[in-house]
Ligand binder design. Structure first.
Ligand SMILES: *Cc1c(COP(=O)(O)O)cnc(C)c1O
Length: 436
């Protein structure tokens, strides 16, 4: 067989020699779907081009941050100007205050916040803060929710009801996760039992309000209400991990969506990332003033970062937020996303392929299942072989969706009506191969 002339293959072979698995974050390796990852050479608007010069309509958008598409002129200009003024100082800047004020204005439950460099760091610190502020040890999380790769959060559910979990990664000793209680998402009875058993020891409950790391699964209103009530009743902090949903499903994040159904609803702490950095390494956590004042240098909970509040990253985040808060931005983005999921659903129906989809703002998910799943166990009933056929069919037609069935998708303001129509047309063709 002659050697492959595919430049992605060549780059992958070279990357594998020096980077474990050839990638710097595992899902990029295409292990779930097979085939060779596309090495991105450049991106503009709704598209990126791979090493072969092949163009793709991008529905990953760096896993969420690129809500304005790639290379938005106002953001690019802000980044270029900031870079010329210095990359990093290790001393405070006015821009950090501006970004913090901007975020607090968008998310009213945040009275004070701190900027960090990754969602992992923000989630990890929010847990430390909840423990420090309450003097308690136990944390509740839900199966299928991802909160970054901090040791205490790499846990899967235990076998029994409301039992403590097992590490999902080698290198995490069981003692490190012994205080992490893993429950089923949207299971009110189990939640109540957990609080009845352990309520006085629970420092915080961390959740993705719309889970985007098991594709797209909404917390029901009833479940959300009970999470809030039980935390309040037992003196635990409700921590919303909105790294993915923040400034993505709505300007005020998923909490603003739930606040419409539950008057007065607000979490105690919120974790943000992705969109607030506009594609630069930037994340944040914030919430009640009294809790945030527990952080060093004011309080006893330690946290620090050499690159925290980085001047180029904050410029990128600020410019991004200023664009998305323009009147009508989210209405238009939401309508576009709904057109995509509606079009895909209609195409699947026409081909008699079991399919369902959901979306909020610029985030969507779909399943090759007859009805929307409510938890991780139901998500995992999707057949991965059918998803892989869909994934590769779309990829071959220049449509790039997440290379795994348990990931959400993202639409940006740069996606045109033609891009959406081309995506639906490509999917219609691929659905023919998925007829049962
Ligand atoms: C992406 C993500 C994280 C982790 O953020 P990183 O910047 O990748 O460390 C945490 N929580 C949620 C919900 C995420 O989607």
């Amino acid at each position: 067989m002659p050697p492959s002339t595919d430049l992605n293959d060549a780059l992958m072979a070279r990357a594998r020699q020096i980077i474990p698995g050839g990638v710097n974050s595992p899902v990029r390796a295409f292990r779930a779907v097979g085939g060779t990852p596309r090495f991105v050479r450049r991106a503009q608007g709704a598209y990126f081009w791979d090493a072969n010069g092949q163009r793709y309509i991008d529905y990953i958008g760096s896993w969420g941050p690129m809500i304005l598409g790639h290379g938005h002129p106002a953001v690019l200009e802000a980044v270029q100007r900031a870079a010329a003024e210095g990359f990093s100082f290790g001393a405070p800047t006015e821009r950090e205050i501006e970004l913090a004020e901007e975020i607090a204005a968008l998310v009213p439950s945040i009275e004070m916040l701190r900027l960090v460099s990754s969602g992992t760091e923000a989630g990890m610190t929010a847990i430390r803060l909840a423990r420090g502020a309450t003097g308690r040890s136990k944390i509740v999380k839900f199966e299928g929710c991802y909160h970054g790769h901090a040791d205490a959060l790499l846990v899967k559910a235990g076998s029994g009801l409301a039992t403590f979990g097992h590490p999902t990664s080698a290198g995490v000793p069981p003692e490190v996760v012994q205080h992490t209680l893993v429950l089923e998402y949207n299971n009110v009875a189990q939640l109540e039992e957990a609080f009845a058993l352990h309520g006085q020891d629970i420092a915080g409950l961390i959740m993705e309000p719309i889970a985007g790391n098991m594709n797209f699964v909404r917390a029901t209103v009833e479940f959300t209400r009970r999470c809030r009530e039980l935390c309040t009743q037992h003196g635990a902090l409700l921590i919303y991990d909105e790294v993915m949903t923040g400034c993505r499903v709505a300007l005020g994040g998923a909490q603003s969506v739930y606040a419409k159904a539950i008057p007065g609803f607000a979490p105690d702490l919120t974790v943000l990332g992705k969109v607030i950095g506009g594609g630069m390494p930037l994340a944040a956590f914030g919430g009640k003033r009294a809790v945030m004042e527990q952080l060093a240098p004011l309080g006893p909970v330690y946290q620090a970062g050499t690159l925290s509040g980085n001047p180029v990253a904050t410029a990128c985040g600020l410019a991004t937020l200023r664009e998305i808060k323009r009147p009508g931005f989210f209405e238009s983005l939401s309508a576009k996303t709904r057109r995509l999921t509606g079009g895909l659903s209609a195409a699947a129906r026409q081909a008699s392929v079991p399919f369902c989809a959901d979306c909020e703002g610029g985030m969507f998910g779909f399943f090759l299942l007859p009805k929307l799943p409510q938890n991780y166990g139901q998500v995992m009933q999707s057949e991965s072989s059918r998803f892989n056929t869909l994934f590769h069919g779309l990829l071959a037609r220049g449509i790039y969706i997440a290379p795994a069935l348990y990931e959400a998708g993202f639409v940006s303001s740069a996606h045109s009506d033609e891009d959406i129509a081309a995506t639906i047309a490509a999917a219609s063709e691929v659905f023919q191969a998925l007829r049962l």
